[in-house]
Ligand binder design. Structure first.
Ligand code: SF4
Ligand code: SF4
Ligand code: SF4
Ligand code: FES
Length: 1005
């Protein structure tokens, strides 16, 4: 079937010249008269028109007269025409508009002085503009008026104030794509209705706020505005939730945020928002906030409130004592992807310069570390290739392991807009997510694979492309390494990678895989979006590489509408990685062993730096349990709740002598802390976040820090107390240093961000305005590198004891470990993690909807409420990890990605059984975990690395690649211990790894 491309967004429209009120203007064909008048600064009254919505033409207020045209057409729906002469202000028009307005006002309560929208109401403004002085018609009896709907905690609907302009209905459909609202009834009885005329909270409404923003009156109004009055100042800042990075105006009254209004100038969100960024900011001033530093000598002692100086001095003295006693490598730090670029930069600088080692890691370790590895190796840059606007040029969109309408809602809404325009969709996901069969969207193909089989499925897609002659040969010849491509082509063409052979592994029928591959390969523009359903696997990095291979083979790079796009979970995952939070690289993804880079940092920071990779977070925990790692500085990361294998994490933290937690609230991890340093919320600090499209946006302080300091100031105090003085006076100076030392950021400054709003890196001399699309004329690494992606099954498979597979994910109302959203009214929608299971699996276990169930894996167990869900395939169960009491991550094993140690959150073998209402949470997680066998773990990790490189056709090359990987990513003491395993555990090492270990030994001796 030939592929008919969608018309992309307007090419170059022809221009039309007309005059409005005697003023000439030239505008693109298709512009409406109203838009043309706006460009001239002429104010035509309007009520149903709204910049961000399609013309509607219902209110009849925007009437104009056109020379040679009969009547008074609505300017909002009438397109301009060549030579047209328009009048917007005549006696006739004024009379008609006053008449229209009089009718509106006759139905309105006219209690302006006490109305919550007084001063911010378009009806008021338009009444003044058209000059209505009296209302001759009596207001109908309010007998038929519907009651106020206050069911939504964040906004209220007052039908009495509704003028039935349908802006809300259209915003819900056109912008958000939820279609929760309708106009119900006819004539004067027409009313806005949510869902089946039910309260907003019970309807399909997802509380994005688009309708509230679009409403011209107080009919839909924020509850906070109703209760507290209109804000008196506004500051533009960036959302602190997901990686979309929406821009908001924080509208304030004094130091209180009244509302967050999505900024239309924000390039990531273009004026849209989701419930979290728009409404769930109350956690910032929640009474649980800790605003005084705390210390204690033992984790069994009560906390003692102390001054900042005392807390910092105590922490610094403890780190110094530990390093003196256990060695320089016995301490480390963790940066947070919720903190700003400047803050993460300072934490990694503190670790490298003040601790004098490279033991720094970040929470990206547990989400997108495989993205960094896979994209760097294949394309040369550890980042997504497109801007979000690019999706509007895609003809086919492949979404794998991501659920954007829940986890990246504003991008999800944009993607759905493109689908409504006709783009085709392929979803690869074990669950039938909203995109598979949602309101007004439907996937052309849903490939419901078994969890853990991404690589096999991606290989099968590539197999079809290679074997059916769908490779973009010209692109590959020009842009990719020929030898690597030839090797990959031979590998992927092997019959074992065919959809037919893979079906037994993936569970996906071969015909669907073939059809999806053809659709993707034949599209003029095909784009891939992926999430943690790709990365959080034992083969996370392999899957990212397979995705890059697929896109290279089909020529889908270097222009709008294509590319490989990781949807980052947290606001600053991209930024924390860019800023050198990984133990093996400096800011800008340069390896610590690279002598010129190290010299640059040594010169700037004024001391020698280590050339060896530091410990990754899982390595730190392992070393802690082995008694060698004793001190940790944790900025904004709740390890106990977010890491897998909770018993192991608790034991590791308990084994440390100084754990410093810097956070907004006491959390699960602070139970193991010796020092608690109060953190500052995004509203209390200056800085920048970098979103999933590499967009650097300003975070602006809107209120003073509740505890007195921004987080970067605290890190600076700690570094200074450790004997490495830092003297920045504003985050702008930190950004200046980042720009001086990092090629991708060389052109970034606060002044430029003020002028441009935001910048997508690389931003430097070659790209002074930033880079919306990467790899345009060539890949960053030069030629694109195809790598071989052998599928290796995860050991987490169903068996007699654990016959089900648990996969985890996020839901719209909550966010990650829930620290923020649990402290907002979002809990009205979801106040607990639930276990979703297929009705067949439930029936087999006698489980009914709402029953309490015991969920158990190899390493932990918990009790949750069951919800029957046919969006899952039988054999699969799903839950979230937003509530600490659920202890979801206590069930996740230590299985992790071979290249990056990103945990395999998405695949855990479990059993589920019904329990009675009185059974308590198992105390299992509080028990001591089994003794930790470090050599065994190292052997397992090394053998996993061996499995990836085993696909190399030449043995020597495979051995060399394994050794290089170990040198590049493993801390030297881990390598030493692996080499020691040659004596103690040689039989457990795979032959390739054995040889690689021997070659490491030879290099040292
Ligand atoms: S808040 Fe959003 S989803 Fe809800 S009705 Fe309004 S536009 Fe629709
Ligand atoms: S609620 Fe507001 S936006 Fe919706 S129809 Fe009524 S006045 Fe218009
Ligand atoms: S989509 Fe993400 S960045 Fe945007 S408002 Fe929602 S949580 Fe914030
Ligand atoms: S604004 Fe044109 S008809 Fe309402």
């Amino acid at each position: 079937m030939p592929f008919s491309p969608l018309s992309a967004e307007e090419t170059t429209p022809s221009q039309v010249t007309l005059s409005i009120d005697g003023f000439p203007i030239r505008v693109p064909a298709g512009t409406t008269i109203l838009q043309a008048a706006d460009r001239l600064g002429l104010r035509i009254p309007r009520l149903c028109a709204c910049d961000r919505l399609e013309p509607y033409g219902s209110c009849r207020l925007c009437l104009v007269q056109i020379e040679g045209v009969r009547g008074t057409p609505a300017s909002c729906t009438t397109p301009v025409a060549e030579g047209m002469r328009v009048q917007t202000q005549t006696e006739t028009l004024a009379r008609l508009r006053r008449g229209v307005m009089e009718l509106y006002l006759s139905e309105h309560p006219l209690d302006c002085l006490t109305c919550s929208a007084n001063g911010d109401c378009e009806l008021q403004e338009m009444a003044a503009l058209v000059g209505v002085r009296e209302v001759r018609y009596a207001r109908p009896e309010p007998g038929c008026a519907s009651p106020m709907d206050t069911s939504n905690p964040y906004f209220r609907f007052d039908p009495d104030k509704c003028i039935v302009c349908a802006r809300c209905v259209r915003a819900c459909g056109e912008i958000q794509g939820t279609f929760a609202l309708t106009l119900d009834g006819r004539g004067f009885a027409t009313r806005v209705a949510a869902g089946q005329a039910e309260p907003f909270r019970d309807s399909e409404c997802v509380s994005c706020g688009a309708c509230v923003q679009a409403c011209p009156t107080a009919a839909l109004n924020e509850t906070a505005v109703h209760e507290k009055g209109l804000p008196d100042r506004a500051i533009v800042t960036t959302c602190a939730y997901c990686g979309v990075g929406c821009s908001f105006k924080a509208e304030m009254k004094g130091n209180e945020v009244i509302r967050m209004v999505p900024a239309e100038s924000g390039r990531a969100n273009e004026g849209h928002s989701c419930v979290k960024g728009r409404f769930a900011f109350g956690y910032a001033t929640h009474p649980d906030r800790i605003t005084t530093p705390l210390i204690r000598q033992s984790i069994h002692d009560p906390w003692q409130a102390v001054s900042w100086n005392e807390a910092i001095a105590y922490a610094a003295a403890e780190f110094a004592r530990i390093q003196a006693k256990y060695g320089r490598e016995s301490v480390g730090g963790i940066t947070s992807s919720r903190c700003t670029n400047e803050e993460t930069y300072l934490v990694q600088k503190l670790v490298r310069a003040a601790f004098g080692n490279n033991n720094v890691d970040t929470c990206a370790r547990v989400c997108h570390a495989p993205t960094g590895y896979g994209l760097k190796r294949t394309l040369g840059e550890s980042a997504g290739t497109q801007d979000f606007a690019s999706v509007m040029h895609a003809d086919v969109i492949l979404v794998i392991g991501a659920n954007p309408t829940e986890a990246h809602p504003v991008f999800g809404a944009r993607l759905k807009r493109r689908l409504r325009q006709g783009a085709r969709l392929i979803v690869i996901d074990p669950r039938a997510t909203e995109l598979v069969r949602g309101t007004h969207v439907r996937a052309t193909y849903h490939l419901p694979l078994k969890p853990g089989t991404n690589v096999a499925l991606l290989n099968a897609l590539s197999h079809v492309i290679v074997s059916e002659g769908l490779v973009d040969e010209a692109f590959v010849a020009e842009r990719c390494e020929p030898e690597a491509f030839a090797q990959w082509r031979d590998f992927i063409a092997q019959p074992r990678h065919s959809p037919e052979a893979s079906a037994a592994i993936t569970g996906v029928p071969a015909a669907s895989v073939r059809a999806a591959a053809r659709l993707y390969a034949n599209a003029p523009n095909a784009a891939i979006y992926y999430g943690l359903g790709v990365t959080e696997h034992r083969q996370g990095a392999t899957a990212v590489i397979a995705i890059a291979n697929l896109a290279m083979a089909t020529g889908n790079f270097g222009r709008p509408g294509v590319g490989v796009n990781p949807l980052r979970g947290q606001n600053n995952v991209q930024g924390s990685c860019d800023m050198g939070s990984f133990p093996h690289e400096f800011p800008g993804y340069r390896h610590v062993s690279d002598a010129p880079t190290r010299a640059l940092f040594e010169a700037a920071w004024g001391l020698p730096l280590s050339s060896e990779p530091g410990l990754r977070l899982p390595n730190m925990l392992a070393e802690a349990r082995a008694g060698r790692f004793k001190g940790l500085y944790l900025q904004g990361e709740d390890l106990v709740q977010s890491e897998p294998n909770q018993r192991h994490v608790r034991a590791a933290l308990a084994a440390m002598e100084c754990v410093v937690v810097q956070d907004l609230f006491l959390n699960e991890t602070s139970a193991y802390a010796h020092v608690f340093l109060p953190g500052a919320s995004f509203l209390e600090k200056n800085g920048t976040f970098t979103n999933a499209e590499r967009r650097i946006s300003r975070v602006r302080q809107v209120m003073p820090p509740l505890a007195g300091y921004e987080d970067w100031q605290v890190t600076q105090k700690l570094a200074s107390a450790l004997g490495y003085p830092m003297t920045y006076t504003h985050p702008a100076e930190i950004m200046d240093e980042i720009a001086r030392l990092t090629p991708q950021f060389r052109g970034v400054s606060y002044a430029k961000l003020e002028a441009r709003g935001s910048l997508q890196w690389p931003c430097n001399d070659e790209a002074p305005d930033g880079t919306p699309v990467l790899h345009v004329d060539g890949f960053v690494r030069g030629k694109g590198a195809f790598l071989l992606t052998e599928y290796v099954p995860t050991p987490q498979h169903p068996d007699a004891r654990f016959p089900l597979i648990l996969t985890t994910g996020r839901i719209l109302s909550q966010y990650n470990v829930g620290t923020q959203t649990r402290r907002t009214a979002n809990t009205l929608w979801d106040d607990a993690d639930l276990l979703h299971l297929h009705p067949e699996d439930a029936a087999a276990r006698g489980i009914a909807d709402g029953d309490r169930v015991h969920l158990e894996s190899q390493v932990g167990s918990t009790i949750l409420r069951a919800v029957l869900d046919d969006r899952l395939q039988p054999g699969l169960v799903f839950t979230t990890f937003h509530f600490p009491e659920s202890r979801t991550n206590a069930l996740i094993t230590s299985s992790s990605d071979w290249a990056t140690n990103c945990p395999e959150y998405k695949v855990t073998a479990v059993q589920v059984r019904r329990v009675d209402a009185t059974m308590d949470l198992p105390s299992f997680v509080d028990e001591l975990p089994p003794a930790f066998d470090l050599p065994h773990k190292l052997v397992e990790m090394a053998n996993q690395i061996g499995e990836f490189f085993a696909a190399q056709p030449e043995r020597e090359a495979a051995v060399r690649a394994i050794a290089e990987h170990l040198e590049k990513f493993w801390h030297p003491t881990m390598r030493e211990r692996l080499v020691q395993c040659l004596q103690t555990e040689e039989h457990s090492l795979s032959p390739l790894v054995r040889e690689a270990a021997r070659s490491l030994l030879e290099r040292v001796t």
